[in-house]
Design a protein around this ligand. Structure first.
Ligand code: AMP
Length: 190
């Protein structure tokens, strides 16, 4: 099964993704995690990505698409994967569709996690305190929200037109949201 998770920063994508991959026994493909790892390893990619990440902007499409294409070609992804934080632009979504269609394994569904703006801001600031992520300062949080609205939210329409979009209410506790997410996956499978 191939699922894309879309949602603004703080919507709980990461938390829900970790639980869902266990439930479905599929690979968790988080471009944010992959880029942070590349930085930690000091690779060329990591160096190129660093500035964009710290500023709350997006890493160029060709770099991100490159790492995703390489990753989905690996054996463990054949049984399925959950894309978390990718695609984030229409160009990335088109590249992913082309790649998956070529392989004869198109996306099964796109889950949108939805939460209201106040709740998103509250969760992000809480995460900043707990995890100390360099890109969780009030300025970069605001920038990432803007980037989401301008560059990533158009994906909702893109996938809606493909009939693949399923919206999940992301308000409430992680357990409540997980129950709804599982129901959405179940329903979406038909
Ligand atoms: P995340 O952990 O998904 O919030 O990603 C952290 C940061 O990594 C983002 O703010 C971007 O700078 C970068 N990033 C992650 N995924 C992508 C992507 N699909 N396209 C562009 N930049 C990305």
């Amino acid at each position: 099964m191939r699922i894309v998770f879309v949602g603004p920063p703080g919507s709980g994508k990461g938390t829900q993704a970790k639980r869902l991959i266990e439930r479905l026994s599929i690979v968790h493909l988080s471009t944010g995690d992959m880029l942070r790892q590349a930085r930690a390893d000091g690779t060329d990619l990591g160096k190129k990505a660093a500035e964009c990440m710290d500023g709350g902007g997006l890493v160029p499409d060709e770099l991100v698409v490159g790492i995703v294409v390489e990753r989905i070609g690996q054996a463990d992804c054949q049984a399925g994967c959950l894309f978390d934080g990718f695609p984030r632009t229409i160009a990335q979504a088109e590249a992913l569709d082309a790649e998956l269609d070529n392989a004869g394994t198109p996306l099964d569904m796109v889950l949108e996690l939805k939460a209201d703006a106040e709740e998103l801001a509250r969760r992000m600031l809480e995460r900043a305190k707990i995890e100390g992520r360099a890109d969780d300062t009030p300025e970069t949080i605001a920038k990432r929200m803007k980037v989401y609205t301008e560059q990533t939210a158009p994906l909702l329409d893109y996938y809606q037109k493909q009939g693949k979009l399923v919206t999940v209410d992301g308000m409430g506790t992680p357990n409540e949201v997980f129950d709804r997410t599982c129901q959405a996956v179940q329903g979406g499978k038909g």
